[in-house]
Design a protein around this ligand. Sequence first.
Ligand code: NAD
Length: 489
Amino acid sequence: MATPIPSRQLFINGEWREPVLKKRIPIINPATEETIGDIPAATAEDVELAVDAARKALARNKGKDWASASGAVRAKCLRAIAAKVTERKSELAKLESTDCGKPLEEAAWDIDDVAGCFEYYADLAEALDAKQKAPVSLPMENFKSYVLREPIGVVGLITPWNYPMLMAVWKVAPALAAGCAAILKPSELASVTCLELADICKEVGLPAGVLNILTGLGPEAGSPLTSHPHVDKIAFTGSSVTGSKIMTAAAQMLKPVTLELGGKSPIVVFEDVDLDKAAEWTLFGCFWTNGQICSATSRLIVHESIEAEFLDKLVKWAKNIKVSDPFEEGCRLGPLVSGGQYEKILKFISNAKIEGATILYGGARPQHLKKGFFVEPTIITDITTSMEIWREEVFGPVLCVKTFSTEDEAIELANDTHYGLGAAVISNDLERCDRVSKSFQAGVVWINCSQPCFCQAPWGGKKRSGFGRELGEWGLDNYLSVKQVTQYV
Ligand code: NAD
């Protein structure tokens, strides 16, 4: 069912370019474990070429370069990219499903969001023109002051595999809207649609060097990008472990970073809920995208009075989740992205058993699937807060359950984590929902739902889930530098 993968090179200075060391990385179809193509593997030599191209894109004849073009000019380009993404939606969704195992229907939603994100930042690029030279009110009449909002310069964008194209575009779209030149380093586990984005940029005539795309391994392509002296900022989405390495490397040059990292988000279900609706959001919040969501609400904290009935429902419904090849009609859970992730998730589950937890449902490869990196939707109970399965990000279809008796206890359990990305509360009492929302230590809170995400609203974490905000106006600010100009009159 997989779709053929186009053979591509690195995208540097508006051209396809073979990696200097001619290395390539195989692409494994996670649903079949077959090798279905390969991607180019960039190294420090290619990073050098891409940085040079990006710098030149910002230094071309002043007034004609990307940075000093008007927001309206940049917006036109972003809208053309959005239109091409929409035109190629079906093909891109198939490529993404083949590459990372996401159910085809979900991949198609993501491609819609990619186009929407370009459209949204096209609007903000246009609006930026009117915001230039905004006057500052000063207390002395013989001085006047205004503010310029300028692109930061050349930015390195390093992204993960769980939403391969969308996570990249959350950075590419605002960076380009701001007037930066970018070098994107997508994950080696799912880069195919990012290379198609290069093809689209070439087709719509994005000026050479404005967006360069280097596929390759983190230590070989991401690391030299992070430490390059002519890269002015790093925006990173990925694990907290890699985020820490990136921050350490960037600190050597006092380079600014934005970090969108891992999570272990709670969903608190109170006793007054409609059990069907609550069960629906609980399962969606944990098992969507094959459970590989940074903000997955993977810790269910449920009121003790409804525990038995709620868990019965969850198990009954989990049994109906169709686990299959992502191209099959009705697929709700595809394979995990790689053999490495598959082994890691099964290890988490077996460690939980050793520590004394109960696997209420799932916990293994589905019997009907002999090949592919499939893991059943898994529900685990009898957990203590010191267990690894409660504390560490699993990044797979695993839901941990604990009960509470009072609101204070629920909040304490919810915040008992070194992560702080998302948190959800389900209750019919909206005053209580507001109170709980304020108490959550998280950057994103959902009331009576879990996971909806809009490119207009800020996204980001607290604690070890990172800092800085993507999306909305905050996303654009990541790539802008504010300059004060004061005149003596
Ligand atoms: P990862 O940290 O392994 O890799 C992310 C990216 O960093 C990849 O492109 C990788 O090649 C690169 N990389 C690895 N080592 C590097 C190094 N030393 N220097 C520079 N780059 C390096 O993460 P992953 O497994 O690809 O993604 C899963 C993680 O991403 C999870 O922890 C998930 O929670 C997180 N995530 C967070 C968000 C968010 O919005 N907060 C969104 C999606 C995913």
